[in-house]
Design a protein around this ligand. Structure first.
Ligand code: SF4
Length: 64
């Protein structure tokens, strides 16, 4: 799911400490840097929310 990133979303991410990247997902295998479900992690890895205008959120994300 692609979300537009604007200052409002940036403020909400900061205020609620929202997590949305693979690094915060229970399915992320840190030792190999891969998804245990076999999905590509490239679109969902650390994103610089200060500069990006789009956020690709993984529908299989589960907070670790
Ligand atoms: S389920 Fe999605 S968010 Fe979680 S590690 Fe896999 S690709 Fe990343």
């Amino acid at each position: 799911m692609i979300s537009r990133v604007d200052d409002r979303l940036r403020e909400q991410i900061a205020r609620f400490s929202l997590r949305y990247t693979c690094e915060a997902c229970v399915h992320f295998e840190r030792d190999v840097g891969a998804c245990s479900n076999g999905y590509s992690t490239i679109p969902h890895r650390q994103t610089d929310i200060r500069t990006t205008t789009e956020l690709v959120f993984c529908k299989a994300f589960e907070l670790a």
